[in-house]
Design a binder for this molecule. Sequence first.
Ligand code: SF4
Length: 67
Amino acid sequence: MSHKKTCKWYTACPLKFFYEKSRLDKKWVEGYCFGDFLKCARYKMEEEGLSHPDNMMPDGTIDRRLK
Ligand code: SF4
């Protein structure tokens, strides 16, 4: 079993909150937060100090069901 790193923003990320409330598909968390977080649009914007909405998904799309 491999042990990938978790995104350093995970504890503060709104997507963690949505996920724990069962409002977010686990594909996002498994694919990005516990996987390829360097490809996450939120991660990149966080690194650049750019603001982004809480309901922006790792691929940059907006999920209007979440707020
Ligand atoms: S959504 Fe992106 S920034 Fe947030 S914890 Fe997951 S990988 Fe990191």
